[in-house]
Design a protein around this ligand. Structure first.
Ligand code: PMP
Length: 438
């Protein structure tokens, strides 16, 4: 039967294809559809719901603000909500980490932040080139799309390369190849074809690109390379930030300090759209309104964010809890990978950002996502061939729900690999990706 969605909504829709239920209600790490069926959510709005759906502690502050008739939309005008946000971001997040950044509010989505960051780097350095990395994902608008590796997204007619050069990410050629030396050779050689770029743009853990984790040493060497050549270092922490990898910013354990950081997704704390560009103060060469927009600074998101900063980032308890649950997650995924050794399955990730990689049988990933959904678990795929099952549970998930979701994962993996194994090796290749990444 054709639904109103089929009839009225553009074919561009994506996640609803993989999870074709009509969801009505959600709390914490669980979603309910209109038949009353419960699902455990290991996708969490693609990393937007790190504090869970309708977090009751954040909700009461949001409700209070609504009842007070607080400003919801005010362009980028001054409000107490914005003042609190800037103050608390400074005192609870930046200062304790010895970070000194000015804050820009671009439009509300991640891609807006990336666009602004690229533009700022180009303006500040008066150079045009940006170096991005294989399998990177930075958004769907012209500038950020040009820095996104995946051809599925970049093949839209009219999409231009836009002065972005792709270089191999950490581990791209396997463990033995040093991709920093490779990059530096290009930069040092005036005949390499690569002009000195304005910035290097990267994720410390590539989310949509397949949960590829950069080593801390690689990150440090990349930072040193940038410093040597006066190239700005932009870390896109839109998916890996806000606690996902175990610390508020994904880059702090590596000991690096990016020149520019982009944040979005869970910065709005309650699933509310908000994104930020953090820049070292000396880089703030914008003219007033030069990067403008109607929806810059979402006051309801400011209120939710401040509550989340106070609740979760005032001390180290949340870090410890993410560390503990991350450990549970990785231990279970390692076991699943070991049990599926004959299919070459690998588990990887950092903190509560993990992936099960099906290099040798790419199509298994989407089949596992489907089998998990049938059992009441929302589990997305990512990677160039859609060959990685991605785990992004809310960071606040109860441990029993985490275990239950992992039990379902183990069953789904077992069922799919058994089925594929029975059908012979040729059934293992040929992925059927739908490119749902956001
Ligand atoms: N950068 C990264 C690292 C992302 O993961 C995403 C979204 N998946 C974006 C940028 C783009 O964000 P948005 O979809 O909100 O534009």
């Amino acid at each position: 039967m054709e639904t109103v969605f089929d009839a009225c909504e553009s074919k561009v829709r994506s996640y609803c294809r993989a999870f074709p239920a009509v969801f009505t209600r959600a709390i914490g790490a669980t979603l309910f559809d209109e038949t009353g069926r419960r699902y455990i959510d290991f996708l969490a709005g693609a990393g937007t719901l790190n504090y869970g759906h309708n977090n009751p502690r954040i909700r009461s502050r949001v409700m209070e603000y609504l009842h007070q008739e607080g400003i919801i939309h005010g362009l980028d005008m001054y409000t107490p909500a914005k003042r609190d946000f800037l103050q608390v971001l400074n005192t609870l997040i930046l200062q304790p980490r010895n970070l000194d950044y000015k804050v820009q509010f671009p439009g509300p989505t991640g891609t807006n932040a990336v666009e602004a960051a690229m533009k700022l780097a180009r303006k500040y350095t008066n150079r045009t080139g940006i170096v991005a990395f294989t399998n990177g994902y930075h958004g769907m608008t012209a500038g950020s799309l040009a820095a996104t590796g995946n051809e599925y997204h970049r093949k839209s007619p009219g999409c231009m390369a836009g002065n972005v050069t792709f270089m191999p990410y950490d581990g791209y050629f396997g463990p033995g190849v040093d991709t920093i030396t490779y990059l530096e050779r290009f930069i040092n050689d005036a005949s390499s074809g690569l002009d000195l770029p304005a910035a290097v743009l990267l994720e410390t853990v590539q989310g949509e690109g397949g949960v590829n984790v950069a080593g801390f040493d690689w990150l440090r060497r990349l930072e040193a390379l940038c410093r040597r050549h006066q190239i700005l270092l932009i870390v896109d922490d839109i998916q890996a930030g806000c606690g996902r990898t175990g610390t508020f910013f994904s880059f702090t354990p590596a000991g690096i300090v990016p020149d520019i950081v982009t944040l979005s997704k869970s910065i709005g704390a309650y699933g509310l759209p908000l994104s930020l560009v953090l820049m070292k103060p000396e880089l703030d060469c914008w003219e007033p309104g030069e990067h403008n927009g109607t929806f810059r600074g979402n006051n309801l998101a400011f209120v939710a964010a401040v509550e989340a900063f106070r609740l979760y980032w005032s001390d180290h308890r949340f870090n410890l809890s993410i560390g503990h649950k991350g450990h549970v997650l990785h231990r279970r995924l390692q076991t699943i990978a070991r049990e599926s050794e004959s299919f070459g399955v690998v588990a990887r990730g950092r903190g509560m950002f993990a992936g099960l990689v099906f290099d040798r049988c790419p199509k298994a990933a989407r089949l596992i996502s489907r089998a998990a959904f049938e059992r009441g678990l929302i589990l997305e795929t990512c990677g160039g061939q859609d060959h990685v099952v991605k785990f992004l549970p809310p960071l606040t998930i109860e441990e029993n729900l985490l275990e239950e979701g992992l039990d379902i994962t183990a069953q789904a993996v077992r069922e799919v690999l058994e089925r594929l194994g029975r059908n012979g090796p040729e059934s293992l290749v040929d992925s059927e990706g739908e490119g749902a990444a956001a």
